[in-house]
Design a protein around this ligand. Structure first.
Ligand code: AMP
Length: 418
């Protein structure tokens, strides 16, 4: 049997798992600062949760969902995104009277896509949802929160905020008709995918990656010319607020987002380089109709999600994870138990301590250096007899004898001095 991970999935080990944890912890801290609390929903849901909400013609529903029938014959889907499950949870937990709701989530998502750099079949997202308010202030606040998450990770200079408005239902319908009217006579020149979308989901043609498609779109009607006065002033207000917040952004009329439930403000965080073709670090938008579509009351909402793997690629070389580590090194078998007990004493004081399970002193010292430990605490026969510990600074090579009683204070001071 060949024990390889499933195509499009991977294990996170060592630095990768540290990066993952750093991203989630940092984003959660930032979101808490804005009044968000965590929500965990199940990794699978009834397939209806996605089929009925994301749109039958969306890429996710039409070709990317991991669906399975369970032993009871129920159709389940591994969640491809976090918004629909949260909307479902708001209804299941009767939270529709407790608005506004502010949720932060993180975890795995599943889409059957062609794997490539920055794109996998099990990937991970951090995300936020704000349910209740329908005001440009909420939209600006959510974009600001995304920007703050990037800032706290030191990534804001690598990413550009793109924003657009998809308008209200009437604006979108009028635009959709105009776009179809413009593209229908040209349909033979469109890419195969776009020809299909002309029937199923014409606005998605706008974000086609095909160059010929993009050329044809140059003279196409523009969505912004079809906005109602209300939709247009809503969008202007969002832009004014972003400027007041000092967030640099670009208006990108081609940003349409893939799912049916979006309206008004849509936005993406796009990496300027480094990620290649999969350059969207995150995206989101307003989805005022979703909860109603699921059978609940009208609850406006807005949210975004960022891909953790893509954030990891951006962060890869810029974070230094050196924990302050001490290695306890027994000189021989008789000192193993005292060394083990010393390690416990140090850990109880919150210090990061490791001790090997076997090997002579030189092997253990080598291992300590490999682990980037800063100090080795050596316990030999003399040290035990004298109640001392030899502390070796692994960077300078200097050595000091410290009384066992003072070791905690000494190590804390030595670490503080670094
Ligand atoms: P979406 O829900 O498609 O807007 O995705 C939000 C973010 O999740 C994207 O901007 C990506 O960073 C990330 N993402 C989406 N699909 C994948 C995937 N297949 N592999 C890795 N990251 C993804």
């Amino acid at each position: 049997m060949d024990y390889q991970p499933i195509r499009g999935t991977k294990d996170f080990l060592f630095e990768q798992s540290e990066l993952y944890r750093t991203i989630v912890d940092s984003a959660l801290d930032t979101a808490r600062c804005y009044g968000f609390s965590e929500i965990y929903t199940p990794i699978f849901e009834s397939s209806n949760v996605f089929q009925k909400t994301l749109g039958e013609s969306s890429d996710v529903v039409s070709k990317e969902m991991y669906m399975l029938e369970d032993r009871g014959g129920e159709s389940l889907t591994l969640r491809p995104e976090g918004t629909a499950p949260i909307a479902r949870a708001v209804l299941s937990n009767s939270l529709t009277q407790s608005l506004p709701l502010k949720f932060f989530y993180h975890g795995p998502m599943f889409r059957y896509e062609r794997p490539q750099k920055g794109r996998s079949r099990q990937f991970h997202q951090i995300g936020v949802e704000l349910l209740g308010p329908q005001t440009p202030i909420a939209d600006a606040e959510m974009i600001q929160l995304g920007y703050a998450v990037l800032q706290d990770l030191g990534l804001e200079s690598l990413v550009t905020v793109h924003i657009n408005t998809l308008g209200d239902t009437d604006s979108r319908q009028a635009y959709r008709n105009a776009l179809v009217g413009y593209l229908t006579p040209l349909q033979d020149q469109l890419s195969e995918d776009s020809q299909k979308r002309l029937v199923s989901n014409p606005m998605r043609i706008l974000d086609s990656k095909n160059e010929e498609d993009q050329k044809l779109l140059e003279n196409a009607p523009k969505l912004h010319d079809f906005l109602s006065t209300e939709a247009s002033s809503y969008f202007n207000e969002v832009q004014t607020l972003l400027s007041q917040l000092g967030i640099p952004f670009e208006v990108n009329q081609k940003l349409v987002r893939g799912l049916d439930y979006y309206c008004h403000t849509a936005f993406e965080f796009i990496a300027d380089s480094k990620l290649g073709s999969q350059n969207a670090v995150g995206g989101g938008g307003r989805y005022d109709g979703l909860i109603k579509q699921m059978g609940g009351p009208h609850i406006p909402a807005i949210g975004w999600a960022m891909g953790i793997e893509r954030l990891m690629l951006l962060l890869e070389d810029s974070i230094d994870f050196e924990e302050v580590k001490l290695a306890v090194v027994p000189a021989g078998p008789e000192q193993e138990v005292p060394a083990f007990l010393l390690a416990q004493r140090l850990r109880a004081e919150g210090l990061y301590v490791d001790m090997g399970y076997s090997g002579n002193v030189s092997k253990r010292m080598k291992k300590a250096a490999q682990q980037k430990a800063l100090f080795a605490l050596i316990l030999g026969e003399d040290e035990i007899n004298n109640g001392t510990i030899t502390v070796k600074d692994l960077q300078s090579g200097s050595q000091q004898t410290v009384s066992s009683e003072d070791i905690i204070e000494h190590m804390n001071e030595a670490i503080d001095a670094i």
